[in-house]
Design a protein around this ligand. Structure first.
Ligand SMILES: Cc1cc2nc3c(=O)[nH]c(=O)nc-3n(C[C@H](O)[C@H](O)[C@H](O)COP(=O)(O)O)c2cc1C
Length: 332
């Protein structure tokens, strides 16, 4: 029987459990501000309570590319110093941590909001160089790897999506071509740095002419072929929690994706209690599960689950922490 608190391997990384605290923004440091003691304290609680792997908040390459004013750039003054302290805290508890890169816009030097079809080859090279440098900067700060967000509607998700990409060069057309921008980045990072590379992708796109579930499996295979170490799916409400009869389409997709890959896949979204999570683990191919809002509501809730062998998050899924962009719980 699988259990969320099993110690396990995640690529080259050893995890204390199957639980991933997924990317959750928490700072606004653009004015040169530094991390507050409360944030170090939060990381200490998350790392010490039974979490297997942590993904940082999202960072952008340039503050103009941010998804929300509240998210942070890799280039704020204290980044390496502040985050070295965060990664040290996690490592004190043998918890690996990945730095997340997620940019919504991209400035190619000519256009601050250059869309995938507009990028010239020089723009592609600039983007790739900047992502590779971001991985280097994460490594300076002690991160065990980088997670590149190619899910939701982030820039690279649009780049690989046929709905947005109509390029007719080697970066457009078939799946391999559209994913090439990322494959080339992954190859360089894996060749030059000792960093885990995780990619966050969408299971499918609801837009007509967008990425299908079938193609997103092909995308994951291309990423794996390039050297990616893990895949994380973006959230879809997991109301499917296995009830012994029928699986929700997202879980059917996840099962197929996991079957198609050698590398680990993280599944998450709306997971709130230990029993249902263990049910999913034991009735599907899923091995790693992520949570965000439960950690916002109570950073160290896993310690109670582990001690009691059961538990349910106090998070009410009101989503205020997300919609107000403050990452603080409005109820607790
Ligand atoms: C306050 C808040 C901040 C978030 N920040 C990020 C982020 O920085 N990067 C990311 O990939 N996802 C982010 N997300 C999405 C979560 O990673 C997760 O996919 C989503 O909340 C669903 O999981 P949950 O039901 O366990 O919260 C955020 C979510 C919340 C609620």
């Amino acid at each position: 029987m699988k259990d969320i608190f099993d110690e396990c391997q995640f690529g080259e990384l050893n995890l204390n459990s199957r639980i991933v605290r997924t990317g959750t923004w928490e700072t606004e440091t653009e004015e040169g501000g530094f991390l507050s003691p409360a944030i170090y304290d939060k990381y200490e609680k998350i790392a010490s309570s039974g979490t297997g792997l942590i993904v940082s908040e999202m960072f952008v390459l340039d503050h103009k590319d941010r998804f929300a004013p509240y998210s942070s750039s890799l280039n704020y003054l204290g980044f390496v110093k502040d985050y070295k302290m965060v990664t040290d805290i996690c490592h004190n508890y043998d918890v690996p941590i990945l730095g997340q890169l997620a940019f919504f816009y991209y400035d190619d030097g000519e256009n601050q909001k250059a869309e995938p079809n507009d990028l010239k080859i020089e723009g592609i090279r600039k983007l790739q160089a900047e992502v590779i440098m971001a991985a280097k900067k994460f490594s300076f700060a002690g991160f065990d790897g980088i997670q590149i967000d190619m899910g939701n509607n982030f820039y690279l998700a649009r780049f690989i999506n046929p709905y947005f990409n109509q390029r007719n060069d080697q970066y457009g057309g078939n799946t391999e071509n559209r994913v090439r921008i990322a494959s080339e980045i992954i190859k360089v990072i894996k060749k030059t740095m000792d960093m885990h590379v995780s990619i966050r992708i969408n299971p499918w796109d609801v837009r007509k002419g967008g990425m299908t579930a079938e193609e997103s499996i092909k995308v994951a295979k291309e990423l794996e072929k390039a050297g990616a170490d893990s895949i994380q799916l973006t959230a879809r409400t997991i109301s499917y929690l296995y009830d012994g009869r029928e699986k929700n389409p997202f879980l059917v997709y996840a099962d197929e994706l996991i079957d198609s890959l050698e590398i680990p896949v993280i599944l998450g979204g709306s997971l709130r209690d230990m029993k249902s999570m263990n049910d999913v683990l034991n009735h599907s191919n899923v091995e790693f599960m992520s949570m965000s809002k439960p950690f916002v509501a109570q950073a160290d809730f896993l310690a109670e689950w582990k001690a009691n062998g059961e538990g349910e998050s106090i998070c009410q899924s009101c989503n205020n922490c997300y919609s107000k962009k403050t990452s603080t719980c409005f109820k607790y």
